[in-house]
Design a protein around this ligand. Structure first.
Ligand SMILES: Cc1cc2nc3c(=O)[nH]c(=O)nc-3n(C[C@H](O)[C@H](O)[C@H](O)COP(=O)(O)OP(=O)(O)OC[C@H]3O[C@@H](n4cnc5c(N)ncnc54)[C@H](O)[C@@H]3O)c2cc1C
Length: 381
């Protein structure tokens, strides 16, 4: 068993940390206050090749495997303080771009992938509805066939990137009687008549990643807009969730590593009762717990990356990784605030933001309870 990164992986990791620290920070607090998406950072990321990491070279990408992708997203999580930009990048890459790579027709790949790699098209992912959240496959949006076209009707909520996206992967029932087996996925361009987009809505965290609602009102698309086959929607959804539950959460792991560095620095420099607070066991044990969470998170994510790079499924492992990283991120973010004392509670010191972001990580990509349900089901109980 070899846990070392290859030379190529180490070089990519280092160059991404340096790139993110120098180019993706800027006036983060100002953008967060204004709820503003960092377009310049998005474009610089595309020029660096980030959006193209998992995309084959013939569509302009880098064709990297799952291990490289996860190393890269972790490095970005460490180097980039704009968690909203990172969230938008991850949503774009793993829940829109990657499904096109895996399930798209040649025509769909040619139509969308070069623009998504170049950053001229942002991707969105629309499954959630007001009455179908955790129970995603209970969705009510329908896609009714009419000749060589489909007519989509329904409303999608919580769509990350909606206000800025150029294309959406929309899930709808083509055969409602079949339940999950009757769900299909469609690529719907932003300018499609009948597609109405609202937002951004305000959120607790990830404020620089715009979220909105899609209304599909007799929204007509050609049959060639379907991704994969009729009824393949749930399989597409499960495949993309494996990517998101690992790569997005690799970014959160990177953020936890940066958070620990900040806490170590503060603990060594903040003096109370005549000595650095790091010398109090009450503080040093928190730092140790943060490190333990990071190490274990890194191990399970490495296992998912290895399985996926071997072309194997990682349904159980991705659920474990998602659950463990998100719960660890919340626990460590609370520790980070405690270690910083009152300063940890003030936005200007940029400690409390991690907690606001971390709470969201227990909800999206399937809540913690849903991950436990998946794990238990795969255990056969
Ligand atoms: C920041 C953010 C970004 C998001 N981005 C997107 C996106 O881009 N596209 C998209 O489609 N969706 C997106 N979502 C939606 C997200 O996937 C849902 O919020 C999530 O699946 C939970 O659904 P819900 O909010 O309806 O909660 P509910 O399903 O109503 O759940 C409420 C509570 O009940 C629990 N619960 C529900 N069912 C069970 C069960 N069977 N067993 C045990 N507990 C259960 C849940 O775990 C939760 O604690 C996003 C959400 C957030 C917060």
């Amino acid at each position: 068993m070899d846990f070392a990164l290859t030379k190529k992986q180490s070089e990519l990791k280092q160059s991404l940390i340096e790139f993110a620290e120098s180019e993706l920070g800027g006036d983060m607090r100002g953008r967060e206050h204004a709820g503003e998406f960092f377009w310049q950072g998005w474009k610089k990321s595309a020029a660096f090749g980030i959006q193209g990491l998992p995309v084959p070279e013939r569509y302009g990408g880098r064709g990297e495997d799952a291990v490289m992708c996860m190393v890269a997203m972790q490095a970005l999580g460490y180097g980039c303080r704009d968690s909203g930009l990172l969230f938008t990048l991850n949503s774009h890459m793993w829940t829109c771009e990657m499904p096109i790579v895996q399930f798209g027709s040649e025509e769909q790949k040619q139509a969308y992938l070069p623009g998504m790699v170049a950053g001229t098209i942002v991707g969105g992912h629309a499954v959630t509805e007001a009455e179908a959240g955790s129970d995603a496959f209970a969705l009510r949006t329908t896609a009714v066939r009419k000749g060589d076209r489909y007519i989509l009707d329904g409303t999608k909520t919580f769509v990350s990137n909606a206000p800025i996206a150029g294309v959406f992967l929309v899930f709808a029932a083509t055969n409602p009687k079949l339940g999950w087996a009757g769900i299909s996925a469609f690529l719907v361009a932003r300018d499609t008549p009948g597609l109405h987009i609202s937002g951004p809505v305000d959120k607790m965290g990830l404020k620089t990643s715009p979220t909105g609602t899609l209304s599909l009102d007799r929204c007509e698309v050609p049959e060639t807009a379907m991704l994969g086959r009729p009824g393949q929607g749930s399989a597409i959804f499960n495949a993309e969730m494996e990517w998101e539950r690992s790569c997005l959460f690799a970014s959160h792991l990177g953020a936890m590593q940066r958070q620990l560095q900040t806490c170590i620095h503060h603990s060594k420099h903040r003096t109370q009762f005549g000595k650095p607070i790091a010398e109090f066991q009450g503080i040093s044990h928190k730092l140790a717990d943060m490190k333990v969470r990071i190490e274990l998170a890194e191990l399970i994510l490495a296992k998912v990356a290895w399985l996926k790079s071997q072309g194997k499924r990682a349904h159980m492992e991705a659920a474990i990784a998602k659950l463990f990283v998100s719960e660890s991120y919340v626990a460590s973010s609370l520790d980070a605030i405690q270690i910083h004392g009152g300063k940890g509670y003030l936005p200007e010191f940029e400690v409390e933001r991690d907690l606001r972001d971390a709470v969201g990580s227990r909800l999206y990509s399937g809540t913690s309870e849903i991950q436990r349900n998946i794990i238990a089901r795969l255990l056969g109980v």
